[in-house]
Design a protein around this ligand. Structure first.
Ligand code: ADP
Ligand code: ZN
Ligand code: MG
Length: 492
């Protein structure tokens, strides 16, 4: 039997994969792109609407300045060039959730072009080009399920109609589903840092359409692409792309041709299905939007917007490595969100050993979070708590074993480290050498044959005694102290 991954491996040994992604990101403005209606998610259906976003005759759009600032900030963060004068265009198509019969978008003169994102896959860095970033409005939502008469009727919620989006179109620069996954991860991270979107995929604030084709290795022209639409997680996008590679290669190998079409991914089956062919594709009949003036974002405005740019993840990773002496891997984990990086830096500044803080995050915090199935943002132990615990270990006040126990208690009680440490009476690692000596004497008395080995010259047996003592003393004593005293006793 041939497994899926073998099929995939054999496919990519003969064919090169080409992937380009189109990502829609909803901007976090309080009001819609061309009217004053609220953009709040989850309001009762059709309550955030007005003549403009309902497309009533005679209503005129007024551009939201904040949306322009957000789009420009996102574009700059993605290394794009800003077009000083961009043009809104009507994209015409007929669909029940599009009351005007067109969507206001941008076409041949988008607000931004020629950007890129750097990605790293299997240790190799690569630059993925961004063709363009343009502004547009969202359509409404058709609701097909959840009503008693869903078999007969579709319901329309126009709260989303007119919500501002940017569409970010990549160059066909990706060569594997892993690269696509990494591109999306980095893109989302950058957008989140800028604060222009919450990128919440469940609420549709970030949506991705994936274009994919294959060509025999060495062929210059691209193969015919298929577009996979509306996949709602990065993991599913990767799976859908893997499925498409197998499907397209199998089709070509059996003498067929890949059709240019739009496909949908069924995540429970792990397969894509044809939704519409090129013949059925829309002819959008784009033309300049007559109700809006050209959008001018001049140099002065651009530089004002630039001033609101935070340090971006890539730069921050580099800086954390050099400022705190942490590893690149640590920096990667600690910069995954802006608030996490802020927290770490706040903690690291007040800690005697930022490196230990980073190590504890990787070594003690991540595993416990994973076991509990929660994100760092929901961690009972804050970065400050990690810093406090790191400093206690640093000062030999508590042992590594004690730290682990307190982390367990913190997770059990859902409380931060300093709180549970205080609740337990702020115990210190014992410096009572009398008690320690007693434990060592007992360990030596209980293991005469090991003692004989040691005295016979096998010095490595000391480690056995150290282990016995650490266990018997339940980690109350620092390993350094135990090592020293055990050595003395064995020799003496
Ligand atoms: P369309 O005219 O069908 O919208 P575009 O040229 O505008 O196609 O490209 C849309 C997206 O598809 C872009 O992200 C682009 O990088 C990608 N793309 C274009 N051609 C290919 C191809 N042959 N294989 C994979 N992706 C492609
Ligand atoms: Zn409105
Ligand atoms: Mg296109």
């Amino acid at each position: 039997m041939v497994t899926a991954s073998e099929t995939l491996l054999s496919a990519i040994s003969k064919y090169e994969v080409v992937i380009g992604l189109e990502v829609h990101v909803q901007l976090l403005t309080a009001t819609k792109a061309f009217c004053a209606c609220s953009t709040k998610f989850g309001a009762p259906p059709n309550t955030n609407v007005c003549p403009v976003c309902l497309g009533l005759p005679g209503a005129l759009p007024v551009l939201n300045k904040r949306a322009v600032e957000f789009a420009t900030l996102a574009a700059l963060a993605l290394n794009c060039e800003i077009r000083e004068t961009s043009i809104f265009a009507r994209k015409n198509y007929f669909y029940p959730d599009l009351p005007k019969g067109y969507q206001i978008s941008q076409y041949d003169r988008p607000i931004a072009e020629h950007g890129h994102i750097n990605i790293k896959v299997n240790g190799e860095s690569k630059r993925i080009g961004i063709t363009r970033l343009h502004m547009e409005e969202d359509a409404g939502k058709s609701l097909h399920d959840g009503f008693p008469d869903s078999d007969k009727n579709t319901y329309i919620d126009l709260n989303r109609s007119g919500v501002p989006l940017v569409e970010i179109v990549s160059e066909p620069d990706m060569r594997t589903p892993d690269e696509a996954h990494e591109y999306l991860t980095r893109l989302k991270e950058i957008i989140l840092y800028t604060g222009v979107s919450d990128c919440n995929m469940e609420e549709g604030s970030l949506r991705c359409d994936a274009n994919i084709s294959v060509r025999p290795w060495g062929q210059k022209e691209f193969g015919t692409k298929a577009e996979v639409k509306n996949v709602n997680s990065f993991r599913f996008i990767k799976q859908a792309l893997e499925y498409e590679i197998e499907r397209q290669v199998e089709l070509i190998e059996s003498g067929g041709k890949v059709a240019q079409e739009t496909r949908l991914y069924n995540s429970s089956e792990g397969k894509t299905y044809s939704m519409r062919s090129k013949e059925q594709a829309h002819d959008y009949r784009y033309f300049p939007e007559p109700d809006l003036r050209p959008l001018v974002v001049d140099a002065t405005w651009q530089s004002e917007i630039k001033k609101t740019m935070p340090e971006l993840p890539e730069a921050r990773r580099t800086r954390l490595v050099s400022d705190y002496g942490i590893t690149e891997q640590d920096a990667g984990v600690l910069t995954m969100t802006r608030s996490r990086a802020d927290q770490f830096e706040e903690a690291a500044k007040h800690s005697k050993n930022p490196k230990r803080v980073a190590n504890l995050v990787q070594g003690e915090l991540m595993g416990r979070l994973k076991a509990k199935g929660i994100d760092m943002e929901q961690s009972p132990i804050s970065m400050k708590g990690v810093a406090v615990s790191a400093d206690l270990v640093e000062a030999n006040a508590i042992s590594g074993k004690m730290l682990k126990d307190f982390y367990d208690i913190a997770f059990e009680r859902g409380k931060d480290f300093p709180i549970v440490y205080a609740e337990e009476g702020s115990p210190k690692q014992s410096t009572d050498t009398g008690a320690l000596e007693k434990i060592i004497d007992e360990a030596i008395a209980a293991n005469p044959s090991q003692l004989a080995q040691y005295r016979g010259g096998k010095k490595t047996v000391a480690a056995f005694f150290v282990g016995q003592v650490m266990k018997a003393s339940k980690g109350q004593f620092s390993p350094a102290v135990v090592n020293e005293l055990v050595g003395k006793k064995l020799d003496g």
